[in-house]
Write a protein that binds this ligand. Sequence first.
Ligand code: DI6
Ligand code: FE
Length: 406
Amino acid sequence: MAGWDLLLTDARIATLAGDSPDYGEISDGAIAIADGSIAWLGPKGAQPAGKPRKTRSLGGQWVTPALIDCHTHLVFAGERSQEFEQRLEGASYEEIAKAGGGILSTVRATRAASAEELFDAALPRVQALAAEGVATIEIKSGYGLDVTNELKMLEVARRLGESTDLTIRTTLLAAHTVPPEFEGNADDYIDLIGNEMLPEVSKRGLADAVDAYCESIAFSAPQIAKLFRQAIDFDLPVKLHADQLSDGGGAELAAYFNALSADHLEYASATGVEAMAKAGAVAVLLPGAFLTLGETQRPPIDALRTNGVPIAVASDCNPGTSPICSLRSAMILASRLFGLTPLECLAGTTREAARALGLSHDRGTLEVGKRADIAIWNISHPRELAYWIGTPQLADLIIGGHTTRP
Ligand code: DI6
Ligand code: FE
């Protein structure tokens, strides 16, 4: 076909296409790219005639869809290593939060930081993810907790997308915890989010979704239901931090509102999982938080599998519970801590992560018509991506048809 910008040949392709329980392998294939999208892919020999502007032989290297980190809080100021030490000495996450630390400690630092400072702190985190093959990142607000500072966080996240080749999807997580100004008055804060933040965020197109933290130390199901109704009125899809530290009916709540995803889920009930399956909500597993908090109750992996709930894996990069700026580490932890197969880890950071962001139509698998977001690896099988720890294996990252690494 005429008009190809780039033809990758001699590739071993893990397409992840379809929902079949394999890598969708094409063992000796080629991928043609035109206008930033995949124009053709298939086995050597089946290729239609045409003269690409550029041809690159991969010499048998593996390619997969570029990775997608579908749950991060990577825009923040400060760090919380002191709380980490306190927890190692026996203090619980909830105790620290109730004493004014936890999320509120990062809120103080983030409010005090300028947009410029937040951007400068976040950019290396984005670059660290990209260095491991990530081309799409979701970033949540939630450390501002007032109109000015939530908008500031979302603007910084948008700017990260504009200043790099990556796609950044932004999420309003104003319902992360109750800010000090509203202590004991969570209902009024929920009203502030619905009446002031949502209209402004919507008017300025600053968020692609709305998230909330459903937990005894944060917001109740009725409070979140009220917020979600308003989000849906603004045409914003919802997602939920659900059942992380206790069963708060979060999985059910997410399903009821047709959420894109319910995330964490360590304590999700059987009925919650069934409801998610019916609603088509993705389960986003966050093993970095599980590890850092020393949790022992694993998410209901078998129930998710038997009910056919799509499983994604994300870094949850944040300074409190998951100081992990590495999606490969999340894959590795998901295999070790939750028993996910290497295929589930890779599907969970490509196809299912795209689904969790509502982006399945244009990324997450290698198929004709999807974006040419492609990772090229120095590996002998894609299962190695959940196997090696601390081993750089990315050879190249192509985003929108363009090589981003020298
Ligand atoms: N769950 C998490 O893992 C993060 N937020 C949340 O709702 C933790 C955020 C933090 O501790 O700063
Ligand atoms: Fe989180």
